[in-house]
Design a binder for this molecule. Structure first.
Ligand code: ATP
Length: 360
């Protein structure tokens, strides 16, 4: 199968009075697995459906390998799709379900048989062809849905919450399977999810959406470590948001003050002393200790601590600010009582300056 590039240029979609997508532009590299992430109703499915051709944009274009397909009907776009519901035909066998698209194309019976068998073995369902779909587990049905999408040799794969009907354990293993299949087939893939862990685990890049807009596009590392906005920072895990002012610029280091708390952050162009900024510090970036380990450490008191197995979660009070901190691999058998004193440090690179929110 050939790898194709997908480009979305300035796509706007409106349903009646409401705007589901606002001037969205993004490109998916040939063979890339791009995860589309965002809260419910932000426009993820609408973007996927625009690429598939089921939704007509009011403005903008969709390009496959540079060719404008905006007006091309879905069945001529050579896409494979998998939906949340799997959308299998319950009265047909596994083999008949997978063969469906090829029968529509009026392929010879021998070719259909061979391709169905290969697609089923690709998703580790070889030998299940004669089984009825309603006799399969959720994970097996998901594999059949994937085989059905692959059998027509699509140019790209569009997956809309393909794992949300599966239990947590199965979701975990199936997401790796999906990545394997996409990479083995060199498929350019857009995968919609609202599960940040799923996105971080398998994506080449993640596109984070909010209210019909694309907020950030980057590798899992980039979007988690250096979120651009409050929305991205809070959607991808927990964070502490602190309003602060820039007090000094010292080469690569920016001095900021949140209330009376002084912190160092990475400098970047375009910032001025006196400017107000919003900081994001992930709870696991706050390093806790019983003793003061450096001049940059500051003291804090615990308000509440909860032992959660792999972490102990602390609510801290520090110079009038509330901070959440995660202590990884806690060694004490008891969470510390409220009012315990701790020292806290944070690396300069873990203090992230967020951009101001886009206005609607
Ligand atoms: P979810 O995660 O809940 O599936 P989503 O991010 O995929 O959400 P969309 O399904 O793309 O969101 O919907 C974006 C917005 O467009 C929502 O406000 C939704 O109500 C609206 N919308 C989607 N499809 C239609 C439609 N056919 N007619 C009217 N409004 C629609």
């Amino acid at each position: 199968m050939s790898k194709i590039a997908i480009a979305v240029e300035g796509v706007t979609v409106r349903f009646g009075d409401s705007v589901a997508l606002r001037q969205v532009s993004l490109s998916i590299e040939p063979g890339e697995l791009l995860l589309l992430l965002g809260p419910s109703g932000c426009g993820k499915s609408t973007l996927l459906r625009s690429i598939a051709g089921f939704v007509a944009p009011e403005a903008g274009r969709v390009l496959f390998d540079g060719a404008d397909v905006t007006q091309v009907p879905p069945h001529q776009r050579q896409i494979g799709m998998v939906f949340q519901s799997f959308a299998l035909f319950p009265h047909l066998s596994v083999g008949e379900n997978v063969a469906f698209g090829l029968r529509e194309q009026r392929r010879p019976t021998s070719e259909i048989q061979e391709r169905v068998e290969r697609a089923l073995s690709d998703v580790k369902m070889g030998g299940f062809g004669a089984r009825r779909v309603d006799q399969l587990s959720g994970g097996e049905q998901q594999r059949v849905a994937l085989a059905r999408a692959l059998v027509t040799r699509p140019r790209c794969l569009l997956l809309d919450e393909p794992l949300s009907n599966l239990d947590a354990g199965l979701r975990h293993s199936m997401r790796e399977e999906i990545r394997r299949v996409c990479k083995e087939h060199g498929l350019t893939t857009l995968y919609v999810t609202h599960d940040q862990k799923e996105a971080l685990a398998i994506a080449d890049r993640i596109a984070v959406m909010k209210a019909g807009r694309l907020e950030q596009l980057g590798s899992p590392w980039e979007v988690y470590r250096t979120p651009r906005s409050r929305n991205v920072a809070t959607f991808l895990g927990e964070t502490n948001l602190l309003e602060a002012k820039i007090t000094a610029l010292e080469g690569q280091t920016l001095r900021v003050k949140a209330g009376t708390l002084e912190l160092a952050a990475e400098a970047r162009p375009g910032l001025e002393v006196g400017q107000s900024v919003l900081l994001s510090i992930r709870p696991e970036c706050l390093q806790l200790s019983d003793v003061r380990q450096s001049d940059a450490a500051f003291s804090a008191k615990t308000l509440k601590s909860s032992y959660l197995g792999e972490i102990c979660e602390h609510e801290l009070s520090c110079q009038g600010l509330s901070l959440r901190a995660y202590e990884l691999n806690p060694q004490s058998p008891h969470a510390p009582p409220a009012g315990s004193e701790l020292w806290v440090q944070v690396r300069r690179s873990d203090v992230v300056l967020l951009e101001s929110e886009p206005t609607a």
